[in-house]
Structures are given as C-alpha cells and as structure tokens.
Design a protein around this ligand. Structure first.
Ligand code: PLP
Length: 322
C-alpha cells in the first residue's frame, strides 16, 4: 500500500522513522562520503549524521531555503536528505528543483515527506531516489504506534531489506497491523486536519496575544506559492506554528492552561497536540542553528487533530489569556 500511494516500485517498513533513516545512512554512506542535511531537518536526523563523523563521514548543512540547499549540492555530495516541509517553521521546499539538481550531480536524494504525506506530494514519482516517512505521524494517525517506511526502486529496497536484517530495524507485526488500519483512513483524516489547521491559522493571525503565525496555507505566507506549485489539492498540512507575545512565560502559560489540546510531543494523530519545539523536535539541533533559524522560546507548534474547530479555537483563546 505504501509503495502504491507514492507510485514507487516497492517499499519497506521499519520499527520507527529513525530506524529507517539509520538503515539508509549505514547502507549508503562510507568513509569519506559527504552527506548534506537540510538546516531545518528533524534534530535527530542531523545529530545522527554528525555522529557518523567518527566513521569518516562528513556532514554539511544546507538551506533552510530551497536556493541555499541547491547551492550546497555538488558532485562531492553522495547523499542529500531534505524534508518537504520544515519543522517547526513550516517552510515549503521546492523539492522538484532540489531533485533536479541532485540528479544532475549524481547525488542520491532522500525526501522525508512525513509532514505532507503522499496526498500532497509524491517525491519518487517526481524522480527522488527514496521517500521516507515516520509512520508514527499521519500515516498511522492515532498517536498509538511507532513506525517508519521507505519507498523507491525495487533494487534499492532489496538492498535495504538486507541492511534491515543486519541492523534489526524491522517492524513488529502488531504495529504493522495498526498502521495498516490507520492508513485506510488517511485521506479523510488528513483532509479534515488540513481544513481545521487553516481555520486555526487564520484565527491565530487575528489574535491579540499572537506575535506571528507560520502556516503555508495563509495567502501572505512566503511559502504559499511554492506550496501551490508542488502540493496537490490546495491543502497545506495539519501543523500550525506560532509565536506568542510575552516570551517563554506566555508559552509556558499556554501549555499549562490548554484543556482539549494535549501538551506532548509528536504530530499527525487524531488528537490536537501542542509542543515546544525548542525542547522537543529541535532539541538536538545545535543552539547556534536554532538561534539562526528563529526557533525561539516563544514558539509553539500545534498538530491539529479531528476535534471540532470551534472547540479548539475556544481552548486556544482561554489558554492565551494571562
Ligand atoms: C520529519 C521527521 N522525520 C523523522 C522522524 C523520526 O521518526 P520516529 O519518531 O518515528 O523515529 C520525526 C520524528 O519526530 C520527524 O518529525
């Protein structure tokens, strides 16, 4: 099903998203290889690449903008890993252009498509080497299971199968069953989550306690046109990030006061979750990089679930009060 959804020849599942990334890194990289990781990629994806330096692998950071990623790619880069939509500031990367350049330089490109799902974009169909998912998020969709997947050409998947056997990064059968059940409702869940996320982003934009809203579905968002270029269905994902007025204190106040929304890491499930990126997904990112990107202590990330939109607005509104 995963291969079909991405129009790839074959797919393989792993016990979590990081297990998929580990298996790709270890099967592809060798001493003297250079990997390019996008600057705003998941902190652990970056950290693992940096940790491979002790085996002679060199890591360079590129981006976070499309043009900066492209400018960092040359024939010396053997592997490129980019996320279609960055976390937590939700920049949409023109992945089509990055893929084109990688295919010119002969660099293998892995697209982590976790935030957008194959409903919005299909990297392998657009000539990427591999597409990767943390199935833990939208694909499983219920915040109750952990998994990862990779899809691509049959020969590469066969090679990854052998490496998965070596590394023991295989998924358990019960998790596979739960993920398959979740996958059956991906479309209905994701469409509703995208619609609610847009309504929440518009609501936050008008809120007097909110400093800034990051959501590519907003017409004045700098990534709106790239999203319209590469995404299908005029949908923009189920995650909305925003900065509150009043800094860290106001952010902590929000996490303490939310009632329907749960303050806990992860995303893509049926419940709306609020996370504090500086201490969760971006925690492993070097501090200097966090500062450069604007991942600050007033930033909150919401993963919108399936609750009633008016209930969510009410909860956000009461949690933003002093
Ligand atoms: C974009 C992205 N890729 C990969 C991962 C790793 O996935 P997992 O938590 O399933 O190991 C995450 C986890 O948050 C993520 O956000």
């Amino acid at each position: 099903m995963l291969a079909k959804l991405d129009e790839a020849e074959d797919a393989l599942v792993f016990n979590c998203g990081m297990a998929a990334i580990t298996t790709i890194y270890l099967s592809t990289l060798k001493s003297m290889s250079t990997i390019l990781v996008s600057k705003e990629a998941y902190g652990v994806t970056q950290q693992l690449a940096l940790n491979l330096e002790k085996f002679g692998v060199k890591t360079v950071f590129g981006g976070p903008e499309t043009e900066e990623i492209i400018n960092s790619i040359d024939k010396n880069i053997s592997l490129v890993i980019v996320e279609t939509m960055t976390n937590p500031l939700l920049k949409v990367i023109d992945v089509d252009e990055v893929i084109k350049v990688c295919n010119e330089t002969g660099s293998k490109i892995v697209v982590d498509n976790t935030f957008v799902t194959p409903m919005l974009y299909k990297p392998v169909k657009n000539n990427a080497w591999l597409v990767l998912y943390s199935l833990t998020k939208y694909i499983a969709g219920h915040n109750d299971v952990i998994g990862g997947s990779v899809a691509g050409d049959a020969e590469t998947i066969k090679n990854l199968w052998d490496w998965r056997k070596n590394l023991g990064t295989i998924m358990n059968p019960f998790e596979a069953y739960l993920i398959l059940r979740g996958l059956e409702t991906l479309e209905v869940r994701f469409v509703k989550q995208c619609e609610t996320a847009l309504a929440i982003a518009e609501f936050l934009k008008e809120h007097p306690k909110v400093k800034e809203v990051y959501y590519p579905g907003l017409k004045d968002n700098p990534y709106h046109s790239t999203a319209n270029k590469i995404f299908e269905h005029r949908l923009y994902g189920g995650v909305v990030s925003f900065k509150v007025k009043g800094g860290k204190e106001s952010a902590f106040n929000f996490f303490k006061k939310v009632k329907i929304i749960k303050s806990t890491p992860s995303l893509g499930g049926v419940e709306t979750l609020a996370t504090y990126p500086i201490l969760s997904a971006s925690k492993s990112m070097p501090d200097k990089l966090k500062e450069e990107l604007g991942i600050t202590d007033d930033l909150i990330r919401l993963s919108v679930g399936l609750e009633d939109v008016e209930d969510l607005k009410e909860d956000i509104d009461q949690a933003l009060k002093d």
